[in-house]
Design a protein around this ligand. Structure first.
Ligand code: F6P
Length: 523
């Protein structure tokens, strides 16, 4: 009777108390308490092995997670994503990137959407065949040697990452990515390549992005100037959700590829935005990439909460950002071909979770997502790892490593492998020392993701995993991960400043900005 009167603490408080208790006890204690901990917290997700054992997690916290998932109606929210509901509420849009890799229409979103996607894939496949047969340019049977891919943000980071992972010496066509605002670099590229054997792909969901259009105009001029009597338009391709703007720019209808408003820019790697890579490396590779992602979608959609990897990883991120004051998360890639992964995931996390209001528009009291950064592991060890080992910040790390069996024949790969494992162990255990300058506190948690080989499918698995982690984190935080209004203000102010710069009238500007426009003192 008395028991019934004792109130259970709120679930959120129990999660926080549990997190603090785990942190007080330390990571090493968790291994001592459970001899089968690695087996318990090591998961296989097709070609990935994911070790969560070096995290502040135990059976009791997983139980709390399942309660929390119920409280947050996570199952229902996952269904909403896969059904094509308007999960992006502020823009009244679905976020149906899962449809882009759902080739057999497994999930219950509209048939019409499935048909659109398959139609576009078919168009990409046919264009890729014509490309392989040298039937693209205005020049007779001329094969393309170079593709210039122009795009920025999600319209560049994804294709660039995919290309880096799957390109080989055997591919005769090279892709050059132009995203920055650097006229010298662009002109120097144009001097080195032959316009007759170059295809220019302009990738922009909106087709209004200034940086992309600035570069696109230069490219169009270059094609026009060099085409002679031939049709320069045959070598200009556009990928966008804005066909009218593509047409106005001069892209021929049979060179236009489409995405839709329900494909977020940072989720567009699965769409025709990756066309330049499809052409250079072959459609089959792209198909395998989509299949990798589809395997993760299936896992996410069908697996119970306590074994669902995006859910477990999102719960850890939630705990670390909300209770451990983690401001950042480091991504350490121990494979050169993954060098663009941290930058790619940085956009995915930070555009998605950098929010200040919840789904109801109410201001949030705490920071939402983490600052995501990182790079090549071994290089980082000789640069910023010092702060991970002895600085005062709590910094969870994700290690991406080729598995032991796959590194046997390469001294370089073995070096990567042993160093990744060494860093994860050092960060977990630390080291005691009488001399404080030699003391390592340890207790920095990490995820290790092993893969047997690094190919298109593996990359598909990796990226889809992170997409879903971010979605679950947003559900836990009750925020919209699919809009990005924060990027607008700077763009608008830049237009005002450009006007002031050209007119010499600074009345609209603050003192500092006006002063800076007036320039530096030349000595
Ligand atoms: O400014 C941010 C952003 O809108 C990203 O979300 C997007 O990936 C990028 O710019 C490029 O946009 P677009 O594909 O429309 O050129």
């Amino acid at each position: 009777m008395l028991d019934n009167l004792v109130q259970q603490p709120k679930l959120a408080d129990r999660i926080e108390t549990k997190a603090r208790q785990l942190q007080r006890n330390g990571l090493f204690q968790l291994f001592q308490a459970d001899k089968s901990r690695f087996e318990r917290f090591k998961f296989d997700l097709d070609a990935l092995t994911i070790d969560l054992s070096k995290h502040f997690i135990d059976t009791e916290s997983v139980n709390l997670l399942t309660d929390f998932a119920k409280q947050k109606q996570l199952e229902k929210k996952i269904k909403s994503l896969f059904t094509g509901e308007l999960v992006n509420q502020s823009e009244q849009r679905a976020a149906l990137h899962i449809a882009l890799r759902d080739v057999t229409h497994v999930y219950p979103y509209e048939v019409a959407i499935h048909q659109q996607v398959q139609g576009e894939l078919q168009q990409m496949r046919e264009f890729s065949q014509a490309f392989d047969q040298g039937k693209i340019t205005g020049y007779d049977d001329q094969s393309i040697e170079n593709i210039i891919h122009i795009g920025i943000g999600g319209s560049e980071l994804g294709p660039k990452l995919l290309y880096e992972v799957i390109k080989t010496e055997n591919h005769r066509t090279k892709v050059h990515f132009v995203s920055g605002v650097d006229e010298d670099a662009l002109q120097s590229l144009l001097k080195r390549i032959n316009p007759a054997t170059t295809l220019c792909c302009i990738a922009s969901k909106s087709f209004t992005t200034e940086e992309t259009l600035l570069n696109a105009v230069v490219i169009k001029d270059w094609l026009q100037q060099n085409a002679g009597d031939l049709n320069w338009q045959s070598q200009l391709v556009g990928i966008s959700a804005n066909p009218a703007a593509m047409t106005e720019f001069g892209i021929a209808e049979n060179r236009q590829f489409f995405i839709w408003d329900w494909v977020g820019g940072r989720y567009s790697i699965w769409s025709a935005i990756s066309l330049s890579v499809v052409l250079a490396c072959g459609y089959q590779q792209f198909y395998e990439f989509l299949q990798g992602a589809a395997l993760v979608d299936k896992h996410f959609y069908t697996t119970t909460m306590e074994k669902n990897l995006p859910v477990l990883l999102a719960f850890l991120n939630y705990n670390y950002t909300q209770f451990f004051h983690a401001q950042t998360q480091m991504l350490a890639v121990y494979h050169e071909k993954l060098k663009y992964l941290p930058g790619y995931l940085q956009q995915l996390f930070m555009e998605s979770l950098g929010k200040q209001v919840d789904m109801q528009g109410k201001r949030l009291q705490k920071p939402t997502g983490q600052i995501v950064w990182g790079g090549l592991g071994c290089n980082g060890q000789h640069a910023y790892y010092q702060m991970l080992h002895q600085g005062q910040h709590f910094i969870p790390v994700d290690f991406f490593v080729m598995a032991a069996d796959s590194v046997a024949n390469s001294a370089h790969e073995q070096h990567n492998f042993t160093n990744a494992l060494a860093q994860a162990r050092a960060l977990m255990l630390g080291k005691s020392a009488e001399d404080n300058t030699k003391y390592y506190p340890g207790n920095q948690p990490s995820t290790t993701i092993l893969f047997a080989k690094l190919d298109a499918k593996t990359l598909g698995l990796l990226i889809a995993l992170y997409e879903h982690i971010i979605y679950v984190q947003s559900v836990f935080l009750n925020i919209n991960p699919f809009d990005q209004f924060g990027v607008e203000l700077g763009k608008n102010i830049s237009a005002t400043i450009k006007q002031a710069l050209l007119s010499g009238n600074y009345d609209e500007l603050d003192q500092s900005t006006a002063g800076l426009i007036q320039g530096v003192n030349s000595p």
